[in-house]
Design a protein around this ligand. Sequence first.
Ligand SMILES: NC(=O)C1=CN([C@@H]2O[C@H](COP(=O)(O)OP(=O)(O)OC[C@H]3O[C@@H](n4cnc5c(N)ncnc54)[C@H](O)[C@@H]3O)[C@@H](O)[C@H]2O)C=CC1
Ligand SMILES: CC(=O)C(=O)O
Ligand SMILES: [Mg+2]
Length: 608
Amino acid sequence: MMWRNIAGFSKAAAAAARTHGSRRYLSSAIPGPCIVHKRGADILHDPWFNKDTGFPLTERDRLGLRGLLPPRVISFEQQYARFIESFRSLERNTQGQPDNVVSLAKWRILNRLHDRNETLYYRVLIDNIKDFAPIIYTPTVGLVCQNYSGLYRRPRGMYFSAKDKGEMMSMIYNWPAHQVDMIVITDGSRILGLGDLGVQGIGIPIGKLDMYVASAGINPQRVLPIMLDVGTNNQKLLQNPLYLGLRQPRLEGEEYLEIVDEFMEAAFTRWPKAVVQFEDFQAKWAFETLDRYRKKFCMFNDDVQGTAGVALAGLLGTVRAQGRPLSDFVNQKIVVVGAGSAGLGVTKTAVQAVARMAGISFAEATKNFYLIDKDGLVTTERSKLDPAVVPFAKNPAEIREGASIVEVVKTVRPHVLLGLSGVGGIFNEEVLKAMRESDSCKPAIFAMSNPTLNAECTAADAFKHAGENIVFGSGSPFENVQLENGSVGHVNQANNMYLFPGIGLGTLLSGARIVTDGMLLAAAECLASYMTDEEVQKGILYPSINNIRHITAEVGAAVLRAAVTDDIVEGHGDVGPRDLSHMSKEETVDYITRNMWFPIYSPLVHEK
Ligand SMILES: NC(=O)C1=CN([C@@H]2O[C@H](COP(=O)(O)OP(=O)(O)OC[C@H]3O[C@@H](n4cnc5c(N)ncnc54)[C@H](O)[C@@H]3O)[C@@H](O)[C@H]2O)C=CC1
Ligand SMILES: CC(=O)C(=O)O
Ligand SMILES: [Mg+2]
């Protein structure tokens, strides 16, 4: 497959140059120039501009590179083929070694390319996204974060620590790029299902932004991963002499919020048009910061809001997979395991959808939802109920307070069992077998926790124990399952990666001041309607990751149009609010697609 890619490379590159990219092209296949303010070895050491052995001789002369490279010029196609061959050779040479060792070796080879030559890196990533997303994103990114202090070679992104209080407004100007479009920020307090990883959580913003470049075509020169290091409560890290973060317990309360406030003010002062994505904050701060900033800054929380949209699309897909009309969603009984930032975001959004569809109140719409946390089923009987879960607490007369997952499944016979608990394997054989008694003809199991070992169950176990007629989704990728009946059990990657790039891109290109509920709902609806009935009936609820650029363009357009409807757009570049409001749906998709950056070597022109 890889070689087919390479064989079709030149034609594809020319087509790409026509249809993608924010760089302007002089003719259909010739990329426009890129201004560079460096010369000589400085260019070779800057991954944004470096072409390695790909610099043409004339460019070597112009930029003072002559003699700094071996004499032969290697084409982009040859460089690409050479990298892929190295990667395949690494795969061959590591066969039989433990999974973690192989995954980290693959991450290292990609990371080295990222550090050296971003154009080639993003090109191999885009063309081979199915193979490489599991390395730069979940699950391997989790392993990278766990080992970050040892793996660290050179910085990427910016680090703001509790010690930088009062300095952030000037520090933000240390970032070399004049323009920043997308920022992903974490405080490292809940990295995937791996808990508090402190400063080592920086791997998550880096991985998410790689997905932004690959999926949404955000220019990699304009992305900024941010780590807010406010300490860590992870004792193992605090005792690790190699740990690279602040060696102090996490800041709490006002002290914590002052740090986040200061960063937000600094970032939006320098880049007022940027979009900020909050990622992997522990639940209390995820909700608090979302509440605090969503009306003031152009930001969203991916775990709360992106996940909710992807899950809603999956839930609507399961109704279609049952061969029922969408309106039947209001009758689906849904058990959500995990009442944190993701589980609560999903439950709230799904209840809102039921309320809207059935024309009933939010409170009435909670009837078919059952929320389970580490203490079991949440009911009104629980002492010290977290205010965020109060709306979903059941009457203990229906099922007892603290009932286990299997008790709830046996009693409720739900259509859907959805896990966002971060606890690997809690959908055990007994729970999965209980799902055989579901009231649905096609029960749905979503084991959405990441990374792979934290998934509530594996795909193979789900099909084996819950039955071959289920639909299955997981946060991290699993292989499809060969079923005994001869058919294929499809695995859906129920991951917010299907939405956050489109939410960010649509917001950016509309120049929306904030991210509204309408924009988020439009993103979810777009994803929900993306699949054909035929696909959905086979249990395929989300598109292949190979189509991620296409789905992102569609989602981005839906988000942009919703922003226009909400009357909050300020336009982007030459395109004003009136232009945006006059675009048809197709024109909006075209506008979004034309603004996606695509990696191709541009002639470099030196300017002092
Ligand atoms: N697939 C996707 O797109 C996404 C997946 N996630 C995953 O969801 C998981 C949870 O994330 P957050 O909600 O942010 O974490 P969180 O820490 O805010 O919440 C975890 C919840 O799980 C509950 N829980 C813990 N142990 C449990 C047990 N044994 N039984 C039942 N419930 C239990 C906790 O009480 C808490 O309510 C993580 O693994 C994360 O990777 C999060 C966002 C997106
Ligand atoms: C996918 C994601 O955002 C998470 O697991 O936290
Ligand atoms: Mg996350």
